[in-house]
Design a protein around this ligand. Structure first.
Ligand code: ADP
Ligand code: 5GP
Length: 199
């Protein structure tokens, strides 16, 4: 009975969870910004928590909730994360706070999670209805160029991100939807159409 009620409630609210993954530097942030500006859908971005330091121009609570490792692990032990992982080996922790999702989904919002593949697959296990979208590069050389162009990573960090990229591309087949971000306008158009088709 309680299951029936929660299912009815879910249908009434029309909230959605949309997971967007893809290798670092492929253009997820750039694409999502463009689609958010033009899609006319009730999209809201989930702000992840991370232990990595902010880049110049990143603001606490906007791009990420920037937490100390102590605070991150305190919240983790408290069960506040829907999912969290150490994203680059020996690197920093990233995670989705449950508080980013629950009230917004109940209010009918479409909450977009820009997270790595292991996080995405964990969300999919917990919410099998989540819309799974993977953003691909035309080829791996493009990733190197884009990471260099963004100019935010040290050589070591860029290398870790490229190694992670090949692992992510192997797991990507578990995602239902794939978009190649070659021409930005074409890719943004495809993402917009895909989302609009879910209205
Ligand atoms: P991600 O969020 O996936 O790590 P970003 O959105 O930060 O990637 O993009 C990485 C870099 O690539 C940025 O400098 C961005 O301007 C550039 N970029 C994104 N999409 C394209 C594209 N289609 N063509 C050329 N450059 C792009
Ligand atoms: P960046 O340091 O470039 O902002 O992000 C690095 C990687 O962490 C990206 O692949 C991004 O998708 C991933 N990421 C960001 N937030 C989260 C999160 O909340 N959970 C998980 N699992 N990965 C995340």
């Amino acid at each position: 009975m309680s299951n029936e009620l929660s299912e009815q409630q879910r249908l009434k609210t029309n909230g959605r969870i949309i997971v967007v993954s893809g290798p670092s530097g492929v253009g997820k942030g750039t694409l999502l910004k463009k689609v958010f500006q033009t899609a006319e859908l009730p999209l809201e971005l989930s702000v992840s928590a991370t232990t990595r330091p902010p880049r110049p121009n990143e603001r606490n609570g906007v791009e990420y909730h920037f937490l100390s490792p102590e605070e991150f692990h305190r919240r983790r032990e408290n069960g506040e994360f829907l999912e969290c992982f150490e994203v680059f080996r020996g690197g920093h922790w990233y995670g989705t706070l449950r508080s980013e999702l629950e009230s917004r989904c109940a209010a009918g919002k479409w909450v977009v999670l820009e997270i790595d593949v292991q996080g995405g697959l964990s969300v999919q296990r917990q919410y099998p209805d989540a819309v799974m979208i993977f953003i691909r590069p035309k080829n791996v050389d493009v990733l190197k160029e884009r990471l260099a162009k963004r100019g935010t990573e040290s050589q070591k960090s860029a290398e870790q991100r490229l190694q992670q990229a090949s692992r992510e591309l192997e797991l990507a087949e578990r995602y239902a939807h794939h978009i190649v971000n070659d021409d930005l306008d074409v890719a943004a158009g495809e993402l917009r159409e895909l989302l609009k088709g879910m209205e």
